[in-house]
Design a protein around this ligand. Structure first.
Ligand code: NDP
Length: 435
């Protein structure tokens, strides 16, 4: 706390892990007295750099770029790049810290990292995005590599940005390697990678429901966000027979009581990915829906909630509203969307609750599969990747049960994910000595 006092999101993420992992360390001599968690909370390396670029009006713009290389005990650093005006050291360190545990849970050999910039892609032309991405990579390239650090997308960084970043990396490194994931299919990408985080979040919810002999068929589902994760979570919910009632963006949420079906979702995908419009424009085509400005969708009655937008978007009050409305399952698609108070409320009510580091790990797991395919110079089919994704989500679910089952039979997925993620990284760090 002394060292990171001005980093609230990072402290929040560390506290959540410490609360569950410290009691485990105390009971296990191999970890006790080794300051292992203290070593894990200090990033191996933090890089910040200047990014100068020229906008369409000819003005010189200056942004700050970051890469947090958190932990490489079990593999090269791996984690997304976020372009959003709120990006700062605290947010990136929380994301990098979470990533270490998440990547460990996937069972693939990936360390944890995260990066990005306070650059705001909203309202920028394609040319401005390209110039920014090229400028950003012209410094980042010297710190990454397919055996060192393999970034991917996150908020504000999708297929378009990964393309521009990869183009500049390839040019200045003079090599075609799998240095980034989320690449296009014709230049090293993996099938199912765009879908993986959203699909994985829903597969995880399915696994949780199965422990109660239940499934998604006929369930009312509330989703926040309308970006990559939210879109494909919605797609999978629809495929599995659930009814999607809401989607949102930073200006508010839409509520469609008739359900957002396949056709309406395609409209949203075009609106968000091609037109780059606002979710409120949904009403222009589907006037029966409502737009609730400036609010999150947690007051809408539902069986299942999938927060897929951003950190701390679901507060204790929101959690209580969900519980009062009969919500039985929350699977986080975003990173740390539920506040500490919200998680406590879900645990107290003993509903199914999965933290992002377990339930949204499908994205990075499929990035790991993309790295494998790049190394093999080979592509698996859609069905093969989807099957591997399903298996990985099911294995993560099993690990959460192994380490998270309470004496009364309740599965504390937060405890389970934290301890299962910790054990593998801690064992590798101990084996490698004090470095
Ligand atoms: P996108 O940029 O594609 O979409 C983000 C969505 O969240 C948009 O609808 C955006 O609205 C909304 N949003 C962003 N910031 C805020 C905010 N401060 N308040 C309200 N709404 C906000 O990002 P992704 O879908 O990729 O990421 C969503 C979440 O999932 C993030 O927490 C990310 O870290 C996490 N995640 C993503 C993975 C991936 O594979 N993409 C993997 C694992 C986790 P608007 O357009 O108005 O900004």
């Amino acid at each position: 706390k002394q060292r990171n006092g001005n980093e609230p999101e990072f402290l929040q993420a560390v506290e959540e892990v410490a609360e569950t992992v410290i009691p485990y360390i105390v009971k296990h001599d191999i970890y006790y007295g080794k300051n292992i968690l203290l070593r894990m909370v200090e990033p191996e390396r933090v890089i910040t750099f200047r990014v100068c670029w020229v906008d369409d009006a000819g003005e010189i713009q200056v942004n700050r770029g970051y890469r947090i290389q958190m932990n490489s005990a079990i593999g090269p650093y791996k984690g997304g790049l976020r372009f959003h005006p709120t990006v700062n050291m605290s947010i990136l360190k929380f994301l990098a810290f979470e990533q270490v545990f998440k990547n460990s849970l996937t069972t693939l050999p990936m360390g944890g990292g995260k990066g990005g910039s306070d650059f705001d892609p909203k309202g920028k032309s394609d040319n401005e995005i390209m110039r920014f991405c090229h400028a950003f990579m012209s410094e980042l390239f010297r710190h990454i590599g397919h055996n060192t650090d393999v970034p991917a997308g996150d908020i504000g960084v999708g297929a378009r940005e990964i393309g521009f970043l990869f183009g500049m990396y390839k040019k200045i490194s003079n090599g075609f390697t799998g240095v980034l994931t989320g690449k296009g299919m014709s230049w090293g990408g993996s099938l199912i990678r765009p879908e993986a985080t959203g699909y994985g979040t829903v597969y995880f919810a399915e696994n949780m429901l199965k422990t109660k002999g239940d499934n998604l068929e006929g369930k009312n589902v509330v989703i926040s966000g309308s970006g990559n994760v939210a879109q494909f979570a919605a797609e999978k919910v629809i495929q599995l027979g659930g009814k999607v009632l809401t989607l949102s963006d930073s200006s508010g949420y839409i509520y469609d009581k008739d359900g957002i079906d396949r056709e309406k979702l395609e409209f949203v995908m075009h609106l968000k990915n091609v037109k780059r419009g606002r979710i409120s424009e949904y009403l222009e085509t589907y006037p029966n829906a409502e737009f609730i400005k400036g609010k999150t969708p947690w007051g809408v009655k539902c069986d299942i909630a999938l927060p897929c937008a951003t950190q701390n978007e679901l507060t204790e009050n929101d959690a209580n509203a969900l519980l009062e409305n009969g919500c039985i399952c929350v699977s986080e698609g975003a990173n740390m969307p539920s506040t500490k108070g919200a998680i406590e409320a879900f645990h107290k009510a003993k509903i199914l609750f999965a933290p992002g580091k377990a339930s949204n790990a499908g994205g990075v797991a499929t990035s790991g599969l993309e790295m494998t395919q790049n190394s093999l110079r080979f592509n698996w089919t859609r069905e093969e990747v989807d099957l591997k994704l399903k298996e990985i989500m099911s294995n993560i679910h099993d690990s959460c049960i192994e380490y998270g089952k309470d004496d009364d039979g309740y599965i504390d997925y937060v405890k389970g994910a934290n301890i299962a993620g910790f054990v593998k990284v801690a064992d590798a760090m101990l084996a490698q000595g004090i470095v």
